[in-house]
Design a protein around this ligand. Structure first.
Ligand code: KIV
Length: 262
């Protein structure tokens, strides 16, 4: 998959399926299953490291995870999430950090949160040959300014800002825009008003594609479940059962058997 491939999918009316991964074996399975885009999200800070939000993860940590994912992937597009404060200070800083994800980690593209305020930075990265996926609506790196993870675009002013931001980011050259936690009608309006794909997460069915945090949809991360998540499995339950069974087998002398050795 390439960034132009995603544009062609939008033009052809084909829905785009993306998920997150932070490690080699998950990325390999996503790739084998035909997932179009794999985001190495800064959600790793919560679901991998157990932090309360995405803010404290560093560029070095994200590069470590991106490298593991990129090593596994044969055809999906690998997008690395730029962590908080790795692109907000100025465009030079953003360019230096974004470049590391392509040079050191093997990503094909980066994601940055923000609307109109990010347009100059997005342009700078694209001019240097770095494809950018934007992210508007609920932007988790601004959690302390927003005051919570609730739905965005609640008043006319914010709705207008989001539409204007999407158009400006598309014009600046972003190859896709994540729309997080906005109502379906607003997502539809944005989707219809820009030529690049919208990738929804809690933004209704009319986006050009969808993304979820893999740990949420697998049911392996149980600390909380956003309203928009569909659970496709209960992996935490499967893991607990397996770990408990192993503990019992060891305690009862039933593992290992004669065949499970040399
Ligand atoms: O970090 C992440 O996983 C994300 C997705 C939720 C879009 O930004």
């Amino acid at each position: 998959m390439t960034v132009t491939g995603l544009l062609e999918m939008k033009r052809a009316g084909q829905k785009i399926a993306m998920l997150t991964a932070y490690d080699y074996y998950t990325a390999r399975m996503l790739d084998e299953c035909g997932i179009d885009g794999i985001l190495v999200g800064d959600s790793a800070n919560m679901v991998f490291y157990g932090e309360p939000n995405t803010l404290s993860i560093t560029v070095d940590q994200m590069i470590y995870h991106t490298r593991a994912v990129a090593r596994a992937v044969r055809s999906a597009l690998v997008i690395a999430d730029m962590p908080f404060m790795s692109y907000q200070v100025n465009a030079d800083d953003a360019l230096r950090n974004a470049g590391r994800f392509l040079k050191e980690a093997g990503a094909t593209a980066v994601k940055v949160e923000g609307g109109l305020n990010m347009v100059p930075t997005v342009k700078r990265l694209i001019e240097a040959g770095i494809p950018v996926m934007s992210h508007i609506g609920l932007v988790p790196q601004s959690i302390h300014r927003l005051g919570g993870y609730g739905v965005r675009g609640r008043d006319d002013k914010e709705r207008a800002y989001l539409v204007e931001s999407a158009q400006a980011l598309a014009e600046a050259g972003s190859f896709a825009i994540v729309l997080e936690a906005i109502r379906g009608e607003l997502a539809r309006e944005i989707t219809q008003s820009i030529p690049i794909p919208t990738i929804g997460i809690g933004a209704g069915a009319e986006c050009d594609g969808q993304i979820l945090v893999s740990n949420d949809m697998l049911g392996s991360f149980e600390d909380f479940q956003p309203k928009f998540v569909r659970r496709y499995a209960n992996v935490a339950e499967v893991m607990r059962r397996a770990f408990g069974q192993y503990r019992d087998d060891v305690r009862n002398g039933e593992f290992p058997s004669d065949k499970e050795g040399y």
